[in-house]
Design a protein around this ligand. Structure first.
Ligand SMILES: C[S@@+](CC[C@H](N)C(=O)[O-])C[C@H]1O[C@@H](n2cnc3c(N)ncnc32)[C@H](O)[C@@H]1O
Length: 418
């Protein structure tokens, strides 16, 4: 059996994502045999390749008369991206040839791999930046162009290609955490770190002074503005970034999720940050109770998180949209029944699709005359009033804050029950 290496493992990840439609997050256990630095490197190589896939294919296409099998193509793509991004040519080409040579079914193609990659050694770094920014696949690009415009989608694609920094939410004073971590304090109070630091080695991790959370993902809990002693329900809570924010306000928080396995992360996070919440394993549609405030972070296409998860557009095909949209509508309808009169509910999804955001809130308002939308709740520091959408929610896009490094795509709205 071949020794695992970061590159070999990265090719395995690409084979699974591009061939089997699996997500990188499901595949991380397959990296357990690697050392922690190699594990991080394998993931970085795979995500870099997925971001640059269209460019790599364009360069390789000129030198391949026939498309080789997916595994060989993935070896070529990975090596091309590494070469384009300044990888050591000798090491990159040698290992690519060895990976193919060690494969029973494909080893007759090692000469081809060697010849093509020798050409890529000069060509990839020279031509890379002149190639267009990789586009989203049609199943996603189409609806997004319809919802926004071709120009906005191109800006979103540029943000996807640039990737994302590490954002932090502080448990208490963000200024203090910003100084300790030496990061950039964002207008909404999150802290942005450059590079790819090892999270668990950063000051304040062990003592639970902060947690990792994209700046956009930190806004729903800020908009809900839970108060000390309020009964607050966090629906679809795992892995718990928003639960921690809610618990840090001193509210009486119940964190609910259908997945006990994912709730283990919530329990770990609560224990590390020394915060308290009641953790409940239950289907949100079955839950009963009465709450002052509810945060519903509904399961969605996650198309707002492609900056961090470039595997998503390659592993998925949009066939799950309809069932997700239906589940979100049912969850929102049920969540309203759990609100005390006068209570408020923040509905959010990390999706770019209006069907999973604006349309859900429009529908809820049209069908339940007890509900009103609370636009004032969106007036929090750093939130641009221009991000508000017609029905009274907040539309966040990856191309916002271009000079600060972007944000995840999100939809957030605050509803009140009369
Ligand atoms: C977008 S994630 C939530 C992220 C989380 N709020 C955070 O900030 O870390 C969606 C969650 O919905 C949960 N979920 C899916 N269907 C559910 C259901 N019927 N009832 C409760 N939770 C559900 C999934 O297990 C998943 O953890």
């Amino acid at each position: 059996m071949s020794q695992p290496s970061a590159r070999r493992s990265a090719v395995y990840l690409l084979d699974q994502i591009l061939g089997e439609g699996r997500l990188l997050s499901e595949l991380t256990p397959s990296l357990d045999r690697l050392t922690p630095p190699d594990r991080a490197r394998a993931q970085r190589l795979a995500t870099d390749t997925l971001r640059g896939l269209e460019r790599a294919d364009r360069l390789l296409g000129k030198h391949l008369r026939k498309n080789p099998a997916l595994h060989v193509r993935n070896v070529l793509r990975l090596a091309t991206v590494e070469l384009a991004l300044g990888g050591d040519a000798h090491g990159v080409v040698n290992e690519a040839v060895n990976i193919v040579a060690g494969h029973k079914r494909h080893n007759r193609l090692k000469g081809l791999v060697n010849a093509v990659l020798r050409k890529m050694t000069d060509e990839a770094p020279a031509k890379w930046d002149s190639l267009r920014i990789p586009r989203l696949p049609k199943w996603l690009r189409g609806p997004l162009v319809q919802a926004y415009s071709a120009e906005i989608v191109a800006a979103i694609e540029a943000a996807h290609y640039a990737g994302a920094s590490l954002d932090i939410t502080a448990k208490a004073d963000p200024n203090m955490a910003q100084q300790v971590l030496n990061g950039m304090l964002l207008p909404t109070g999150s802290i942005r770190l450059s590079g790819a630091p090892q999270v668990s080695a950063l000051p304040g991790f062990e003592s639970g002074d902060w947690w990792v959370q994209d700046a956009a993902a930190a806004l729903p809990a800020r908009i809900l503005a839970a108060q000390p002693g309020e009964r607050v329900l966090d629906i679809c809570a795992a892995p718990g970034g928003k639960t921690l924010q809610l618990a840090a306000t001193g509210a009486d928080v119940t964190a609910l999720d259908i997945s006990d396995q994912r709730l283990a992360r919530v329990r770990e996070n609560l224990s590390r940050t020394r915060l308290e919440a009641k953790v409940v394993v239950e289907d949100a549609l079955e839950h009963q109770g009465h709450y002052d405030a509810i945060l519903l972070d509904a399961p969605c296409s996650a198309t707002g998180t492609i900056r961090r998860h470039p595997d998503l557009p390659h592993a998925k095909d949009g066939s799950e949209f309809a069932s997700l949209i239906d589940l979100q509508a049912r969850m929102l309808k049920h969540a309203v029944t759990l609100l005390k009169p006068g209570g408020r509910l923040v509905f959010c999804t990390c999706s770019l699709l209006p069907d999973e955001g604006e349309c859900q809130v429009e529908e809820a308002l049209a069908h339940d005359n007890r509900l009103i939308v609370d636009r004032d709740a969106l007036s929090i520091p750093g939130v641009d009033p221009q991000w508000q959408s017609d029905e009274g929610g907040l539309r966040l896009r990856p191309d916002y804050w271009p000079d600060l490094g972007g944000m995840d795509g999100f939809y957030i709205a605050c509803l009140r029950r009369r």
